[in-house]
Design a protein around this ligand. Structure first.
Ligand SMILES: [Zn+2]
Length: 462
C-alpha cells in the first residue's frame, strides 16, 4: 500500500503501488471524476452518471452532466459510486490496550505514539478521511498528519479525558492517593478533577495542547475498574465549567453519559455531543432536538455476544455490570427509531490495530442491521461532518470547506466504491463477525479509491 510520502517544493507525491497524486506548480491541480453515481452525503438517491471536479483540496463542481475541464486529470469511475470520505466520531487512537491498568503501568509515550501512527493510517485506508478522538490524544498526531509526516485522516483530538476520582478515566493504581501523578496525567491523556478550578485548569490546558473539544466523563463503564456504569459523576458546576472553558475556544463538550439523569444534566449544562447515551428515550430526543445536540453510540454494546467477550466474562465484576447494563439499555434501538436524533458513527475501540480494523467493520455492519443503509450512510458522512464542525470557527483546524458532503466548496474527501451502498451496504467494507472474525485486509477491496484533501492515497482502478 502506501510506502512513503514526500513533499517537494509544494508538490505532494504519494508513492506506492496503485497510487497517484501530483500537483502542478502553477495552476491548481484539477482531478475530474467522470461516469460516477454520486451519494452526496444527504440525499437518499444517487446523482446518476454524474461528474465531480476537484481543484486543489476542494470540490469545485458537481454535475449530472459531463464537466469540461481541459488539463484536469480524468478518472473514469466506470459507473461506481462516489461518496464523501467516512467520518469516525469516537475513536481512541492512542489507546492500544490490552487493558487500562496495563497502559497505566507499562506504557511510554513511544508505545502510545507508535500505536496511534499505525491506527491513523489504518483508519484512512478503511475509508475514514476524518476521525474525532474521544480522549487520550493531544495535538501532536494531528500536526504530523497535517504536515504530511505520516498518513492519516483529518483529526479532532479531545486532549486528556476529564474525569472525577473513581470515574471512567481514573486509570490510577488501586492504592494511589487522590490527586497523585499518574502515567496518564504526566502525558496529559487523563486528568483527575475535583472542583471547578481543576476543570478550568485541565480544560484550558487541553486546548493549549491541541484539543479541538473537551471530553467529560459522567458515567462509568463495564470493563473499567472503579466505576459502576450508573455513576453520576461531576457536579452541575463542574460540567458547566467544562462548557465554559470550551466556549472560550468557540468549541463544545462531549460527555460520556449512560443514565437518563446524566444525559439530561449534560444537555442542561450545554453539552452538545452525548457519547454512548444508552438510556436514550423520547424525552431526551425532545431536548436534544431543541438544543441541536448530537449522539454517538457504539452499537457493539447491543451485540448479543457481548457477555462472551473475554474482557467481560473473565472478570466477575464486569460480567455483573454487563448483565445489568444490557437489561437497562434494551430500548435504545426502538427509542432511536421512534424519536430520531442526529447520530454519529462510533467504534470506541481500545486495542490492537488488527482488532480495531475488525471492530470498525463490525460496527459498520451493525449500523446497517439496526438502521438500514441510508441512515447508516448519513451517520458515516454528513452527520459526522456536522459533529466535527461543532469545534467552531477558530478551533476547528479544517475550515476551508464542509466535511462529509459532496457539494461545491466542500473538502475533496472522496471515495470510489464498487456497487451502490444504499442497496448493498456491505460494499462499504462491513464485517459480520467480531471476536471470532478472520483478520481483515488493510483496505476493503470494494473501496477502489481514497482521496483526502485532494490527495489520492489509494487507487486500484485500472
Ligand atoms: Zn470512548
Amino acid at each position: 500500500m502506501i510506502r512513503s510520502i514526500t513533499a517537494i517544493a509544494g508538490v505532494v507525491m504519494v508513492v506506492g503501488a496503485g497510487t497517484l497524486a501530483f500537483a502542478q506548480d502553477d495552476a491548481p491541480r484539477q482531478v475530474l471524476f467522470s461516469n460516477v453515481n454520486v451519494f452526496d452525503g444527504v440525499s437518499d438517491t444517487l446523482i446518476e452518471n454524474g461528474s465531480v471536479l476537484v481543484e486543489g483540496n476542494l470540490i469545485k463542481q458537481v454535475s449530472s452532466e459531463p464537466i469540461e475541464a481541459p488539463g484536469a486529470e480524468v478518472i473514469d469511475g466506470g459507473g461506481r459510486t462516489l461518496t464523501p470520505g467516512f467520518i469516525e466520531n469516537h475513536a481512541h487512537l492512542m489507546l492500544m490496550g490490552p487493558s487500562l491498568s496495563a497502559m497505566e503501568a507499562n506504557s511510554t509515550w513511544e508505545d502510545f505514539g507508535i500505536h496511534a501512527t499505525r491506527m491513523a493510517e489504518m483508519y484512512l485506508m478503511q475509508g475514514f478521511t476524518t476521525v474525532r478522538d474521544a480522549g487520550g490524544a493531544n495535538g501532536g498526531l494531528r500536526r504530523a498528519i497535517d504536515a504530511g509526516q505520516i498518513v492519516g485522516p483529518r483529526y479532532y483530538p479531545s486532549g486528556a479525558f476529564i474525569s472525577t476520582r473513581g470515574g471512567h478515566a481514573d486509570f490510577a493504581n488501586f492504592t494511589s492517593p487522590p490527586g497523585s501523578d499518574t502515567n496518564f496525567s504526566r502525558l496529559n491523556m487523563a486528568q483527575e478533577v475535583s472542583g471547578v478550578d481543576d476543570v478550568y485548569k485541565f480544560g484550558r490546558n487541553n486546548f493549549r495542547m491541541g484539543a479541538t473539544q473537551l471530553k467529560f466523563m459522567q458515567s462509568g463503564g463495564v470493563v473499567s475498574a472503579f466505576d459502576p456504569w450508573q455513576l453520576l459523576a461531576g457536579s452541575k458546576e463542574e460540567i458547566e465549567a467544562a462548557v465554559q472553558v470550551a466556549s472560550e475556544y468557540g468549541s463544545y463538550v462531549m460527555a460520556h453519559s449512560y443514565r437518563k439523569e446524566a444525559i439530561m444534566s449534560a444537555l442542561d449544562a450545554g453539552v452538545m455531543s452525548i457519547e454512548h447515551g444508552f438510556s436514550f428515550d423520547c424525552d431526551i430526543a425532545e431536548v436534544m432536538n431543541e438544543k441541536g445536540a448530537y449522539i454517538t453510540t457504539n452499537l457493539t454494546a447491543f451485540d448479543p455476544g457481548l457477555l462472551d467477550i473475554p474482557a467481560v466474562k473473565n472478570q466477575p465484576s464486569s460480567l455483573a455490570k454487563a448483565i445489568s447494563a444490557s437489561a437497562t439499555f434494551e430500548n435504545y434501538i426502538p427509542n432511536m427509531k421512534e424519536c430520531p436524533v442526529k447520530r454519529g458513527f462510533q467504534t470506541d475501540c481500545v486495542g490492537t490495530v488488527e482488532a480495531c480494523n475488525i471492530q470498525i467493520a463490525y460496527e459498520k455492519h451493525l449500523n446497517n442491521e439496526f438502521f438500514g443503509p441510508y441512515q447508516s450512510m448519513l451517520t458515516l458522512t454528513s452527520i459526522g461532518g456536522e459533529i466535527a464542525t461543532l469545534s467552531g470557527d477558530f478551533t476547528n483546524p479544517y475550515t476551508a470547506g464542509k466535511l462529509g458532503v459532496i457539494e461545491e466548496g466542500a473538502y475533496a474527501d472522496i471515495l470510489l466504491i464498487d456497487g451502490n451502498p444504499l442497496e448493498d451496504f456491505s460494499v462499504v467494507g462491513t464485517g459480520d463477525k467480531w471476536f471470532d472474525a478472520e483478520p481483515r485486509p488493510d483496505s476493503p477491496e470494494t473501496i477502489q479509491l481514497i482521496m483526502k484533501d485532494g490527495v489520492i492515497y489509494k487507487n486500484t482502478l485500472n
